[in-house]
Ligand binder design. Sequence first.
Ligand SMILES: [Zn+2]
Length: 217
Amino acid sequence: MVTRNVSRRCRTPLIWSIDQMYIKITNYASSGGLGKGKRRQCGFFFSGMIKQFLRDVDWGEVDYLIVDTPPGTSDEHLSAVQYLAAAHIDGAVIITTPQEVSLQDVRKEISFCHKVKLPIIGVVENMSGFICPKCKKESQIFPPTTGGAEVMCQNLKIPLLGKVPLDPRIGKSCDEGRSFLIDAPDSPATLAYRSIIQRIQEFCNLHQPKEENLISS
Ligand SMILES: [Zn+2]
């Protein structure tokens, strides 16, 4: 989910370390074998966390706030959409891999977006082939047996933002906290990322909320 003016609607500015928040979420998520009541408590806990994270944190001046949600259409997704709605959400970028098993989940995600009236910026196909860095030959690690994201997007009439091929250097750059776009500027994955970023920016500029138009005019 992409949004750009969260801080403007913050009621109680609260500085909170993201590291701390991350630890708490992992602790609760990994406490397996909970009874029904405890699970419900966890749901409340997550909803509260999401609210605080999105509504009560002073993010300062951000260009874009990108909320990475796990796959699914749970209460937490609904909470995130509801709490962000007040600050205007530009839309959702949906990530899939080429196989049908992933597309099945993504179709559910797409109908969730339609249901909660969250605009879909587009779909990105990740792990879309592998281009050997030595001989540049492309091979399909996850074959798109049902046509991949391309056919799904055609059928559902939503934009395909691009396809990012596998590149082992992406994980390496991330692990080292470095930008893959700077580390491997000529990688086909970098070119795909740049084109996807540009298309997301174009979408956001075209769909500016009225409030922002007023400020800039
Ligand atoms: Zn090769």
